[in-house]
Design a protein around this ligand. Structure first.
Ligand code: 5GP
Length: 108
């Protein structure tokens, strides 16, 4: 399978605004933000969609990292995972969206 845009960002072939990185994860600002703050938390280990992750510790670290990064950016936030084309997923490399910063009405 061909490499996704996120693998190319992880490998620094394509630039991105990196807000957090460790050995296992990278968090970048979304190129087309759907909220005033929109960050993607991406495991470096390749999986196409979140339900491919079967290891509890790996899944736990993904959520712990997403909440840690979110809390560093925002007091309150929304975490979203689109799973499969029918769930709105466009990039088939697992990622968690951090959305927030709305000051008025919060969208659905
Ligand atoms: P999905 O719909 O797969 O859950 O979300 C993919 C997200 O990746 C979208 O919000 C889209 O704007 C973002 N995205 C797609 N290509 C790029 C890119 O090259 N750089 C960054 N930073 N975000 C991207």
């Amino acid at each position: 399978m061909s490499r996704t845009i996120f693998e190319r960002i992880i490998d620094r072939e394509i630039p991105a605004s990196v807000v957090y990185e460790d050995d296992e994860f990278i968090a970048i600002r979304d190129i087309a933000p759907k909220a005033p703050v929109h960050v993607l938390v991406i495991p470096k280990k390749v999986s196409a969609r979140v339900d491919e992750i079967q290891d509890e510790a790996e899944m736990g670290r993904l959520w712990l990292t997403a909440t840690k990064v979110a809390r560093s950016l925002l007091p309150d936030y929304r975490l979203v995972v689109n799973v499969g084309a029918g769930g709105g997923q466009e990039v088939f490399h697992t990622h968690v969206h951090i959305l927030g910063g709305w000051e008025g009405k919060i969208p659905f």
